[in-house]
Design a binder for this molecule. Structure first.
Ligand SMILES: [Zn+2]
Length: 370
């Protein structure tokens, strides 16, 4: 078996780089040298708030481009910024966004993740008049609708976090029925039940998968009573059970033939400063830098006897193809070489703990420039 593999440059399917300028300077290092471009979600914290208009998207894209330039690593990275669907979004907002080339629309149900309280739309409200008009307009404009699919409450009662994704499957069915031609990507799918549903969903419904949902289980993050054991493994959707991990892997490896080609890599890099991971509840998100995600996923593919070609399709081909983008230029080399993952990126108050920090990995991304 070769000690080095070369694949087309991976596509960063689902990234959070945050905001302030200072934070961006640190988080950009999580993607540089691995992803040539990626979808950077605009659920920015207050006072900045969500990316809601094309002007917001341009501003955030420029700030990321500046951070890339300021990093002086010689790597390129082009951010793709989706508009966030909120109570303020109108069909005109979307038309204007598409005019300027922003053709992704992201939806996070109210109160599900960072920054999403602002003008958030709950799943109960998503098919009300204005959001529905927006979804129909998005379909007409051939926008890609990226959905964080989790139902938080039912009949006024809070749903346990581990059950929230499955509880939202009926909502997904309603969305598909209400706007059948909408191009939907269900983000970070984490359960066997949702994958089972997706097997029979129409072909315009695709999905992304994270590496942590293929590696870690609920019991590593939570005590049996549901309180948090390890805040650094607390993310949304939360980690799931062994059967779910197995289903995620099968979809990832291309072994679930009913899903083959419709699921792609979306790392969901979600950096938070150390202090905000230590609060109760902790900020949700696992910070998996690209140079950790890539070797970890490759090791997982390799250990399970899955080919390099399948790995490459999952990382670099399926997502851009789905989104009508030209293939990436450049490549990524992963070689067998032991290295120690640094515990954090950044400094001082912005110090961000990294997944696998302080642990040794057997494979690493070789420095590439292009
Ligand atoms: Zn996310």
């Amino acid at each position: 078996m070769s000690d080095r593999i070369t694949i087309k440059k991976p596509f960063g399917g689902h990234l959070h780089l945050r905001w302030t300028r200072k934070m961006l300077r640190e988080t950009i290092l999580l993607v540089l040298g691995v992803y040539g471009r990626g979808i950077v979600i605009g659920n920015l914290s207050k006072p900045r708030g969500l990316v809601k208009t094309r002007e917001d998207a341009v501003r955030y894209r420029n700030e990321i481009r500046e951070a890339v330039w300021e990093a002086h690593t010689g790597d390129r990275f082009e951010p793709i910024i989706p508009l966030m669907l909120t109570k303020r979004t109108t069909p005109e907002t979307l038309e204007k966004a598409v005019e300027w080339g922003f053709n992704f629309l992201k939806y996070i149900p109210g109160k599900t993740s960072t920054g999403s309280e602002d003008d958030g739309i709950s799943l109960d409200e998503l098919l009300e008049e204005m959001p529905l008009r927006c979804l129909k307009k998005a379909a007409e404009l051939k926008m890609y609708f990226l959905i964080h699919l989790e139902r938080i409450t039912k009949g006024g009662k809070l749903i346990p976090e581990i059950d929230r994704e499955v509880a939202a499957i009926p909502d997904l069915i309603k969305i598909i029925e209400a706007v059948p031609n909408l191009q939907i990507s269900v983000e970070h799918v984490s359960t066997a039940e949702l994958l089972k549903f997706l097997e029979t969903a129409p072909k315009n419904v695709t999905f992304s998968l994270t590496v942590h949902h293929a590696l870690e289980t609920y019991d590593k993050a939570f005590h049996p009573d549901g309180t948090i054991k390890n805040p650094f493994l607390y993310c949304m959707p939360v980690l799931k059970r062994v059967k779910d991990v197995e289903a995620v892997r099968r979809a990832m490896f291309g072994l679930n033939l009913k899903l083959k080609g419709r699921g792609y890599s979306g790392t969901d890099i979600a950096p938070h400063p150390e202090a905000s991971k230590r609060t109760i509840p902790p900020a949700a998100g696992i910070c998996i830098s690209g140079d950790v995600a890539m070797p970890m996923r490759w090791m997982l593919f390799k250990e399970n006897g899955i080919s390099k070609e399948e790995f490459e399709r999952f990382e670099s081909v399926y997502a851009p193809t789905r989104y009508g983008l030209s293939p990436e230029e450049g490549s990524c080399i992963i070689k067998r070489e032991k290295w120690m993952v640094p515990k954090t990126v950044g400094q001082g108050t912005e110090e961000i703990p990294v997944y696998m920090g302080g642990q040794e990995l057997d494979w690493r991304v070789e420095e590439t420039r292009s």
